[in-house]
Design a protein around this ligand. Structure first.
Ligand SMILES: Cc1cc2nc3c(=O)[nH]c(=O)nc-3n(C[C@H](O)[C@H](O)[C@H](O)COP(=O)(O)O)c2cc1C
Ligand SMILES: O=C(O)C(=O)c1ccccc1
Length: 370
């Protein structure tokens, strides 16, 4: 037994009440054992990028439109043919059994309940088939390429066979990020990998380590062996956005992995501003890293994202209230977004897209400042 599975909380499925998603973190810290909590909550290195993911939103302001006569009509939207009740989807997150015994199945039930999309990690606690069977809702499969080619092909086949409708190729984990807390805590989630064992519990993969030499060929590889559209996750620059689109990406996910990989990379929101301008709507854009408020969702869409993906708060909801806790988290963020839309004069997601953002001036830039 390792420190992280010492006492996974078996909290009953029940709605969770809270004021905002930020305060959920300290609540979750009380129920998830320390090693697992730090694995989820913290970032790489000095956590400069983790902090900046939040800070960047506070420098962008929403140009409010008044006297429009508009009332919020719908939050509905779609991405790669998937209809969503709201532009808020769930990011791929590994080892969800750390947060709650229902693990990814709990998250899948919640996603279906609220009508959103779930992205399932290669390194999920439960197998991708178990998670697919837990709910009927739409699912994408997040791919980490291992060094075992046969296993990679098998995974992609399994994902298609189980009904996943896209592959999300994560490109920013060519090696694990520098996460000192995990070393200090002796944290190892390696035993929590449902896709890497067969029904009898035997290993399915000869070398579980991830492929460090990822190149653009991985896009066509993932597409050929799954027959599914490929989303490239971990795009932070315009140049890379254009390169992956040229090499067949059906969509891109602007993300810095929630500040868990390259510390010192810019806020994902800062990256989005550049990337969206260069992409010019050639492919849809999914955005993640740092979304905690309805205003963040609004700003990301106004900056050019089609949908956002929510990370850590989903696991906090799972830890605090099982699948019903995840529903509380998603509904809360939807409600905040609805209020922000109404105040800003946006009746639909398309209206959010056409809202302009203003960027904070420093005192010295304010006209008339001496
Ligand atoms: C506990 C945890 C596990 C994660 N595991 C994966 C993973 O297996 N694959 C992946 O592509 N991203 C993974 N991510 C990154 C998320 O997909 C997403 O980029 C990030 O959490 C978004 O930032 P946020 O948590 O600030 O919302 C993980 C994130 C967390 C918090
Ligand atoms: O922890 C993560 O963010 C992550 O993506 C990951 C990478 C390798 C194994 C497990 C999770």
């Amino acid at each position: 037994m390792t420190t992280n599975d010492a006492c996974v909380p078996d909290v009953p499925d029940a709605p969770v009440t809270f004021s905002n998603l930020i305060e959920l973190e300290s609540r979750a810290a009380k129920v998830i054992p320390t090693a697992g909590f730090e694995y989820i909550a913290r970032g790489a290195g000095d956590e400069q990028t983790l902090r900046e993911n939040r800070e960047a939103f506070s420098r962008a302001f929403i140009d409010q439109r008044i006297l429009t006569g508009k009332v919020v009509e719908t939050l509905e939207t779609s991405i790669l043919g998937v209809s969503l009740r709201s532009p808020i989807t769930i990011a791929a997150m590994a080892s969800q059994g750390i947060a709650h015994p229902s693990a990814e199945s709990g998250t899948a039930i919640a996603a279906d309940h609220v009508g959103t999309l779930l992205c399932v990690s290669t390194v999920s606690t439960q197998s991708l088939e178990t998670i697919a069977a837990a709910s009927a809702g739409p699912k994408w499969f997040q791919l980490y390429l291992t060094r075992d080619d046969g296993f990679n092909r098998e995974l992609l086949n399994r994902a298609r066979a189980a009904g996943y409708t896209a592959v999300v190729l994560t490109a920013d984990v060519t090696v694990g990020g520098i996460r000192e807390h995990n070393r200090r805590n002796g944290f190892d989630a390696g035993h929590l990998r449902g896709n890497f064992i067969d029904a009898a519990g035997n290993p399915r993969c000869t070398d579980r380590s991830f492929q460090p030499a990822l190149s653009l060929d991985a896009i066509s590889y993932a597409h050929e062996h799954s027959g599914l559209p490929v989303v490239v996750k971990g795009v932070t620059t315009s140049q890379d956005a254009l390169r992956v689109i040229e090499h067949g990406a059906a969509a891109i996910q602007v993300s810095n992995h929630g500040g868990r990989q390259l510390d010192g990379s810019p806020a994902a929101f800062t990256s989005l501003l550049h990337v969206a301008e260069s992409v010019e709507e050639r492919v849809p854009i999914i955005f993640d890293s740092g979304i905690r408020r309805g205003t963040d969702v609004f700003k990301a869409i106004a900056a050019g994202a089609d949908v956002v993906a929510l990370g850590r708060p989903v696991l906090y909801g799972l830890a605090l209230g099982g699948w019903r806790g995840v529903v509380s988290v998603l509904e809360h963020l939807d409600n905040e977004l609805r209020t922000v839309m109404q105040l800003a004069g946006a009746a639909t997601v398309a209206d959010i897209r056409s809202t302009r953002l203003t960027f904070g001036l420093t005192d010295r830039q304010i006209p008339g400042y001496a």
